[in-house]
Design a binder for this molecule. Structure first.
Ligand code: TTP
Ligand code: MG
Length: 350
């Protein structure tokens, strides 16, 4: 029997902002970009009361909560704090799988008093960084993940598999990681609107609707059956290639040639690793040493040089470097979970 914890920081980006602007504590605070199509990345719990959440368009968030304080994202700061937290987690527990900037799975199976160890770790993180987190503990990553989300903020929820089944029986299947919005919609179309209904659904009907792999997988998820290991291997969240020129380049055609070469090298590696990403980015450093990045997220993941290259070229043309360029880079991120993770469950075409 394994003991696995999932640790997730509460309102992460907002909480980092509050560390340096404590006067905003208790107010509705929203971290969002500034462009016309910007969306909210994080809303403080005060702002969530107004119906503002992750992915709410910023314009709508302003309407829903006109008094909210809007803060632009500062990813360097979030990465720095994340590293601090994860270093502390790794110092306590040997097997840690960092699943995102603000979340990690911890294998506590070998600890004598896992719950006490987690309580101590939570207190340490709070003392060292000022951040609160929520923790779920269970026999699998699946139970731990859902449990960590069940009593936010500052939750501490311990559940067996059976308890998870009972507690979330009436919740919609979309609550389960691995059941995306499209799958949830298709389930709904079959009259399956709860986790309990999915757990008890006819295996044949599921297989017929979702195929021989995804069908049974969904039923397993609904019964909170999951034996995926906690793997410490770090999966790179992005891959990039860049080059600094011997002499600055001013001609766009020349830049495009370089970009194409870099894209070729990057995509060759991605194809070899069978990894595809949805976000394509470029990096441009001008002769005044200012560095500029531009990125676009596609509806589906790609790794073909032609596709990545077309987007990179477009981004470069749109940016239209106003000065000679000394460095160019291309980046692919937002990798498909399917190929990024070697565990058989996640290798499904979800
Ligand atoms: P979450 O852990 O999903 O959210 P959260 O930490 O803000 O809030 P909660 O207390 O409910 O855990 O995501 C972590 C960070 O990832 C979040 O602070 C901002 C970022 N994020 C986005 O940029 N876009 C998104 O759609 C989501 C869900 C998160
Ligand atoms: Mg979080």
């Amino acid at each position: 029997m394994r003991t696995i914890a999932h640790l997730d920081l509460d309102a992460f980006y907002v909480s980092v902002e509050l560390l340096r602007r404590p006067e905003l504590r208790g107010l509705p605070v929203v971290v969002a970009g500034t462009g016309p199509r910007a969306v909210v990345t994080t809303a403080s719990y005060e702002a969530r009361e107004f119906g503002v959440g992750s992915a709410t368009p910023a314009s709508r968030a302003r309407r829903l909560c006109p008094d909210a304080v809007f803060v632009p994202p500062d990813f360097d700061a979030y990465r720095g704090v994340s590293r601090q937290v994860m270093d502390r987690v790794r110092a306590t527990v040997p097997t840690v799988e960092v699943a995102g900037l603000d979340e990690a799975y911890l294998d506590l199976s070998d600890l004598v008093a896992p719950h006490a160890a987690m309580r101590r770790l939570i207190a340490e993180i709070r003392d060292a960084t000022g951040l609160g987190c929520s923790v779920g503990v269970g026999p699998s990553k699946l139970v731990a993940k859902v449990a960590s989300d069940a009593d936010k903020p500052r939750g501490f929820v311990v559940l067996s598999r059976e308890e998870a089944c009972a507690r979330f029986a009436a919740a919609p299947p979309g609550l389960l990681p691995g059941v995306g919005p499209k799958t949830a919609e298709r389930l709904d179309g079959m009259g399956i609107g709860t986790i309990a209904a999915l757990a008890g659904a006819s295996p044949d009907a599921l297989a017929e609707r979702f195929g021989a792999r995804l069908g049974p997988y969904l039923a397993h998820r609904a019964r909170f059956e999951d034996d995926a290991p906690v793997t410490s291997v770090r999966i790179a969240v992005s891959e990039s290639r860049e080059t600094t020129f011997d002499r600055d380049i001013a001609a766009l055609a020349e830049m495009e040639e370089v970009l194409e070469r870099l894209t070729g090298r990057l995509c060759e590696a991605l194809v070899r690793q069978d990894r595809r990403g949805r976000t394509i980015g470029i990096k441009v450093r001008l002769d005044d040493f200012s560095t500029h990045t531009r990125a676009r997220t596609l509806p589906r993941a790609v790794n073909a040089a032609a596709e990545v290259g077309a987007v990179a070229r477009e981004l470069l043309r749109e940016f239209a470097p106003p000065r000679p360029v000394r460095l160019l880079g291309v980046r692919v991120a937002s990798f498909d979970a399917a190929a990024a993770d070697a565990t058989p469950q996640l290798a499904l075409p979800l």
